[in-house]
Design a protein around this ligand. Structure first.
Ligand code: FES
Length: 122
């Protein structure tokens, strides 16, 4: 199980939900299932509307380190994934802070997910 805490202006206060890890469920799907309104459009990693900031909580190493090719491209085009951050992800297994909720597969780890309520803005 993963504890996923959502924080954003459409919420009166932060909301923590329990998500089943490893079921190929995306963060966007978890948000939708819990009526948390993260902006989205394409749901396919191409538009960047579902931009979020993810903070790994706890002492264990981050697990959600795999970015899809679409996620890498869209984040790069939007200036949220520099070459340095990509290198840290691929060499040091340190995921970048900005992600796409529709591409992020929930793993067995506790995370804070921040969103702005505006499409494409973290
Ligand atoms: Fe378009 Fe996630 S909804 S990139």
């Amino acid at each position: 199980m993963a504890n996923v805490t959502f924080s954003g202006p459409t919420l009166e206060k932060n909301v923590t939900v329990y998500a089943v890890a490893g079921a190929n469920g995306t963060l966007l799907a978890v948000a939708k299932a819990n009526n948390i309104k993260i902006p989205f459009e394409c749901q396919d990693g191409e538009c960047g509307s579902c931009l979020i900031k993810v903070t790994h909580l706890g002492d264990n190493a981050p697990k959600a380190i795999h970015l899809t090719d679409k996620e890498k491209l869209t984040l790069s085009v939007n200036g949220k994934l520099t070459k340095e951050l990509l290198a840290k992800t691929e060499v040091e297994d340190m995921p970048p802070p900005y992600r796409l909720a529709c591409q992020y597969i929930v793993r067995d780890e506790d995370i804070l997910v921040e969103f702005s309520g505006e499409a494409g803005v973290e």
